[in-house]
Design a binder for this molecule. Structure first.
Ligand code: BDP
Length: 658
């Protein structure tokens, strides 16, 4: 098994007798629709695979697709009745999602049961950072799935496989190109290619979005400006948007990265983010489309704190955005680190629809050689309490859309690391229902993707559940952040002192000195903590009571300060780094114990990657501790690293050689 079939294997069930009541006859009473046809095809395909084509049982019940206006949005109801199995929804997508949920019951060998499920977040989206030349920004699983030079004439069957995987977990939108966007995507040549993809995705209830380059009026329209208040520019976008809708009448909308990391934007013309977003919103509103405007902006400010940049830009604009604009905010204030406190904009813009952006691709999480089950990270953010409307105002309740930067690529197994399929899966499942537990999602995924052996399912679930904390331990424990290798964003480089921008160095974030370690974000420091609701501030205001997970995010702590663990900061730091490496060893042992119960090809591939991870974890530990030791001047209370700091620096340099 090379992992290509993801969690949709539909191999023969070991317990077909459980499902004799399920007939292969499907009756569509819902009404005609392309998506319903897909639902029918998927249901038959799944049933035939798992239960065989024939069903001669006299007691078997037909499966009916039925309209039920009481089921809101794209939700579904599965009802097991004495004479039929009914899958109900008010929208075609709901039927499709109901079908996949029904199949999941059989895939996991559950007893069939009735179930009603309504998605909590309406717009559930993947963001692909795919480029015109087939590369993927921060992609670690091969090249782009989209074969631009073959499109639109050649339709790779993989586009359908991709769409069905998404639909099976409820994803209903995809932005197909990099947010650092080429204007090329808005030309007729490329729109016809994008349309070809949209035609495939539509069958699975998925809408296409495009990332756009804000300077397109200049680049494509040869206008003198891209100023959003210029009448010609506004007209250009209206015409262009109309053209886009001629190709794709159900086009979802635009995703925009503006005035961020060198991308063009309205501020070049003295205009605000709201001016830019609203111009596009006006152009797209006649067609019912949306503008998703990213809040990932941070001007370089040597004396400032990047933590505060997006908040300071966007908070004052609350109430100024057009109705069909969604502001998309990364989960944390810096940049997809292994652990971040939730972004202070959540709960702070009551008049603006907010979207939450996670990064499924593991840019800062060990690429595709590290096991990092992200469900745990997703949940930590979704469940975080903003207190905006009193206790229980979680981030999840503050958002109307959710986006994940995709981890898919042309690798046979889609995600490079087989176990990273679980992150794609978990993203979709949580986007649908953020109240699901990470454990439950891990079990589902494991049973459908790897093994049904009970002991192994338990072992793999444990591995997944521990993997995030393990990664944090050996890379950035206690609230350290952004100390990874320059540009490549892989491996340790805590000594990084100089870069194009101060806020791209490591010393900017860890602030190690002879006294201690960590970023003081209280009033006496950058005061970033003050951006949060007072109740949230309380949790992180006092180093004595701050959860150790977040300690160095908010405090500069003395090396010999005694922490709540009973250890000094220095000893705790050493403890975490050493524990992290040990935990990777344990992951290796755990995986060894499932041998024989998972496919051999998959077993060996994951085994190899875990061994790589162990090597990388040791590098992180030695590099970071030897470096921080130059400040703490304290002994490492464990078996000392075998390599010197100079050797570690050399090793890291290799990966940055051109
Ligand atoms: C950063 C990535 C960069 C992306 C940027 C973004 O390093 O490649 O373009 O995020 O989200 O983390 O726009």
């Amino acid at each position: 098994d090379d992992g290509y079939r993801l969690w949709l294997k539909y191999d023969k069930s070991a317990q077909p007798q459980k499902y004799v009541s399920v007939s292969r006859k499907i009756v569509n009473n819902f009404g005609p629709s392309e998506v319903i046809q897909t639902a029918e095809k998927e249901l038959l395909n799944g049933l035939n695979g798992m239960l065989g084509k024939d069903n001669s049982s006299p007691n078997s019940k037909n499966i009916l697709f039925e309209k039920n206006p009481a089921i809101a949005n794209q939700g579904f109801k599965i009802e097991l009745l004495s004479n039929k199995i009914s899958i109900q929804a008010s929208e075609p997508n709901g039927i499709l999602y109901g079908v996949f949920a029904f199949l999941r019951q059989i895939q996991q060998e559950e007893n069939l049961h009735s179930k009603t499920s309504i998605p909590k977040i309406q717009l559930r989206m993947l963001n692909h950072w795919d480029n015109v030349l087939g590369t993927i920004e921060r992609g670690y699983a091969g090249s782009s799935l989209w074969k631009w030079y073959e499109l639109p004439e050649t339709i790779d069957p993989r586009y359908t496989e991709y769409a069905r995987a998404n639909a099976s977990i409820g994803i209903n939108a995809v932005a197909i190109n990099n947010v650092n966007a080429s204007a090329r995507f808005l030309t007729p040549e490329y729109l016809s290619k994008v349309k070809a993809l949209a035609d495939v995705f539509r069958k699975y209830g998925i809408k296409v979005y495009l990332s756009l380059n804000f300077a397109s009026p200049k680049i494509l329209g040869k206008l003198k400006t891209s100023d959003p208040l210029d009448p010609q520019v506004r007209q250009w976008w209206k015409d262009k948007t109309k053209e886009v809708y001629q190709y794709m009448p159900d086009f979802g909308g635009f995703l925009v990265k503006a005035n961020s990391e060198g991308e063009p934007g309205p501020q070049e013309y003295g205009r605000t983010h709201a001016d830019g977003a609203n111009m596009l919103a006006e152009a797209i509103s006649p067609f019912g489309g949306k503008v998703i405007w990213r809040a990932f902006v941070y001007s370089p400010n040597p004396n400032g704190d990047r933590f505060k940049e997006a908040f300071n830009e966007f908070k004052p604009l609350d109430g100024q955005f057009a109705k069909n604009v969604i502001v998309q905010v990364k989960n944390g204030p810096i940049d997809f680190q292994p652990r971040e406190p939730f972004h202070p904009l959540f709960g702070a813009m009551p008049k603006t629809p907010l979207g939450l952006e996670f990064q499924i691709t593991q840019e800062y999480l060990g690429f595709s050689t590290n096991l990092f089950y992200q469900s745990v990270l997703f949940k930590e953010t979704l469940d975080a309490d903003t207190y905006s409307k009193g206790k229980g105002s979680t981030v999840a309740k503050e958002i109307s859309m959710i986006a994940g930067v995709a981890n898919t690529g042309s690798d046979r197994n889609w995600t490079g690391h087989l176990m990273s399929q679980a992150n794609w899966y978990a993203f979709g499942r949580l986007a649908w229902d953020y109240e699901l537990s990470s454990e439950k999602i891990a079990q589902e995924w494991t049973k459908m993707s790897l093994t049904k052996n009970e002991k192994s399912v338990q072992t793999i679930e444990n591995m997944l559940m521990k993997s995030r904390e393990t990664y944090v331990n050996f890379t950035t424990p206690l609230g350290l952040h952004h100390i990874m290798g320059q540009s490549i964003h892989w491996g340790p480089e805590p000594w990084l002192t100089r870069s194009q921008r101060p806020d791209w160095t490591s010393i900017y974030y860890h602030r190690a000195d002879s006294l201690g370690l960590g970023f003081n974000r209280k009033e006496s420091g950058s005061a970033a903590l003050s951006l949060y609701h007072p109740e949230v501030q309380k949790q992180w205001a006092d180093p004595k009571t701050t959860d150790l997970k977040f300690l160095l995010w908010f405090h500069h702590v003395a090396w010999n300060e005694k922490l709540s663990s009973g250890r000094t900061l220095w000893n705790e730091l050493c403890f975490r780094y050493y524990t992290g490496v040990e935990e990777v060893r344990q992951l290796q042992k755990d995986w060894e114990s499932v041998k024989g119960t998972v496919d051999e090809e998959i077993f060996n591939d994951v085994k190899g990657r875990l061994a790589v991870q162990h090597r990388e974890a040791s590098n992180w530990r030695d590099a970071c501790l030897l470096y921080f030791q130059t400040f703490s001047k304290m002994p490492i209370p464990y078996e000392a690293p075998k390599r010197s700091l100079a050797e570690m620096k050399k090793l890291v340099e290799i990966y940055q050689l051109k």
